[in-house]
Design a protein around this ligand. Structure first.
Ligand code: CP3
Length: 346
């Protein structure tokens, strides 16, 4: 009989326990590539309505677990609920991505709610509780937030922008404002992640999707430093918290991140050569990644070869199999099944 306290494989691998196969989950695993997601999405109203509806958000969080038996579920929400809970207008226009009313100066920042309004995110925390109650004991539950630089880039530009130029320019031009915005985001992120842990997530991932837009000095100041303050704040409140960090495009700065000891898990995007990571990320640090999402779209024998290479390179060290960025809506479900068989060796 299974002991009542089965520790999820994903957590024991993070903690350094050897495993015969890597645990596996996919970034954006609840999403439009799944017909059952599209069905729920169609009756949810807006995307934010879906994020704030515990019934439906619980359902879509669980969908990929039911279908594929991934080793982790990730809370269904978005990184932009933090700006929303700070009082910024946030909408998701169909097919256009996020739209926010830009905040570009101290006055705009003052106009936001003085304190982060965690009550606004009560439905998300309710979703965490329901998902945890419904998940099998062997499945880890991940919470998340966006890193301050990535979230600030949306708050400043009001939308996705090439190379995050508006935010990067402001980081040079108005350091005081930029620092004040980042400070707000650090505080809000600590509060939000601690609340997610208290509601039942096992670990939290910090998404720094736009690390690649920052030159090294700016990366250290506006990415690494705020992330390290979030990690320290979370660990001060909840010492057992496990923290995964995904700095997309960080390239050689991954080594600095790994050495800093901030991350229990270092996420590798698809541009990172597994051999390079094997050499430059210390052997005790767990790595996560890093299959190219387009390789998964394409399928066939190249997919098997790409999976094999990642699994073989990271065998013998803590490794969580994942994509190198979010799964694309056009991904065939059959290719996800093929990838899982390969990772699991069945
Ligand atoms: O399954 C999961 O991974 C959990 C849910 C999740 C979503 N967004 C749901 C979502 C997570 C972890 C995110 C993180 C997120 N959101 C990031 C960081 C990860 C990354 O991809 O780099 C970013 C940058 C965002 C901001 C965001 N949200 C954008 C740019 C968009 C529009 C682009 C798109 O893919 O549609 C979203 C919308 C969004 N967030 C969708 C989903 C499933 C699609 C909206 C829909 O279904 O209508």
């Amino acid at each position: 009989m299974e002991p009542a306290t089965t520790k999820p494989l994903l957590l024991s691998v993070i903690d350094g326990k050897p495993s015969e196969r890597p645990p596996v989950w996919l970034m954006r695993q609840a999403g439009r590539y799944l017909p059952e997601y599209r069905e729920v999405r169609a009756r949810a109203g807006s995307f934010l309505d879906l994020c704030y509806n515990p019934d439906l958000a619980t359902e879509v969080t669980l969908q990929p677990i039911r279908r594929f038996g991934f080793d982790a579920a990730i809370l269904f929400s978005d990184i932009l609920v933090i700006p929303h809970a700070l009082g910024q207008d946030v909408t998701f226009a169909e097919g256009e991505g996020p739209r926010l009313r830009p905040v570009t100066d101290a006055e705009g920042l003052e106009a936001l709610t003085p304190a982060f309004d965690l009550d606004r995110l009560a439905p998300v925390l309710e979703t965490v509780k329901r998902v945890r109650a419904a998940l099998p004991a062997e499945t880890a539950l991940l919470g998340f937030c966006g890193a301050p630089w990535t979230v600030a880039s949306y708050m400043i530009a009001g939308k996705s922008t090439p190379d995050q130029a508006p935010a990067r320019l402001l980081a040079y031009r108005d350091e005081d404002f930029f620092a004040a915005l980042v400070e707000r985001l650090v505080d809000a992120s600590v509060t939000y992640l601690v609340a997610q842990l208290d509601a039942g997530v096992d670990a939290v991932q910090i998404f720094e999707s736009f690390a690649g837009a920052l030159p090294p000095a700016l990366f250290d100041r506006w990415s690494l430093e705020p992330i390290s303050r979030i990690a320290a704040g979370v660990r001060a409140a909840r010492p057992q918290a496990r923290i995964l960090i995904f700095p997309r495009g960080a390239a050689q700065r991954l080594e600095v991140l790994a050495q800093s000891g901030i991350a229990d898990v270092v996420g590798l995007d698809w541009s990172v050569d597994p051999d390079w990571a094997q050499e430059h990320v210390q052997a005790h640090v767990c790595v996560q990644g890093n299959l190219d999402p387009l390789s998964l779209v394409a399928g066939g024998s190249q997919l098997d070869a790409a999976v094999d290479r990642i699994v073989a390179t990271f065998a013998g060290r803590p490794h969580i199999f994942n994509l190198g960025h979010g799964i694309l809506p056009e991904t065939p479900v059959a290719h996800v099944e093929q990838m899982l068989r390969r990772v699991r060796g069945v």
